[in-house]
Design a protein around this ligand. Structure first.
Ligand SMILES: CC(C)(COP(=O)(O)OP(=O)(O)OC[C@H]1O[C@@H](n2cnc3c(N)ncnc32)[C@H](O)[C@@H]1OP(=O)(O)O)[C@@H](O)C(=O)NCCC(=O)NCCS
Length: 169
């Protein structure tokens, strides 16, 4: 199992992995729309030369006190082919992606997802750090991970994903 950055030849396989994992095209189309936007990051998991998993990060804005220049990313989507799920591939992708985000100088990552899954990577409810979500979701589903300890201290505001996300249900 290898996890590495996306390459140009991976585009179709990434589309297929997202469609298979989510059972619809929304997330796959979102990745296609955001690919190439500044501060997006895309990683794949490869087994026997087949792409079996994918994770994507894109920039979010924090509308609030003094936070405009913080480099914060949103983790979404993350997808693993159904036959390969629950073997640790999603975890590997997320851990690899987060360490690359930190290495590249990003300060924090937000995620909207299962509160049973993301805390194992260090995510905490974003509300604890004063961050709100623009979508109406349960508080515990919107989480944040500081990549640099304390970087969100004294910051607060509404987190806004790129407008392309609004097309997702
Ligand atoms: C979410 C996903 C990427 C996880 O990948 P994976 O390779 O199966 O994950 P791992 O093997 O690393 O981890 C499996 C663990 O995550 C848990 N888990 C996986 N998806 C979960 C979910 N949606 N909600 C809660 N827990 C989940 C499993 O219960 C398992 O927990 P355990 O270790 O306590 O048994 C994969 O299940 C997937 O592609 N799902 C469909 C797409 C999706 O919902 N993506 C997330 C939203 S953006």
């Amino acid at each position: 199992m290898e996890v590495r950055a996306e390459k140009p030849d991976d585009v179709e396989a990434i589309f297929r992995v997202n469609v298979a994992a989510f059972g619809r095209e929304g997330e796959a189309n979102l990745v296609d729309q955001l690919r190439g936007v500044a501060s997006t990051l895309s990683f794949v998991a490869v087994e026997s030369e087949q792409i079996v998993g994918h994770v994507f990060f894109s920039p979010v804005a924090i509308a609030g006190d003094c936070a405009d220049r913080l480099l914060v990313l949103g983790l979404a989507p993350v997808a693993v082919l159904p036959d390969y799920q629950r073997q640790g591939i999603g975890s590997l992708l997320i851990q690899y992606g987060l360490s690359e985000c930190a290495r590249l100088g990003f300060k924090a990552v937000v995620v909207l997802g299962s509160p049973d899954y993301y805390p194992r990577f260090g995510f905490v409810p974003a509300k604890q750090k004063g961050l709100g979500c623009e979508y109406s979701v349960p508080n515990e589903a919107f989480m944040v991970l500081e990549l640099e300890r304390g970087v969100l201290e004294g910051r607060a505001g509404m987190v806004k994903y790129r407008s392309e996300f609004n097309e997702l249900e």
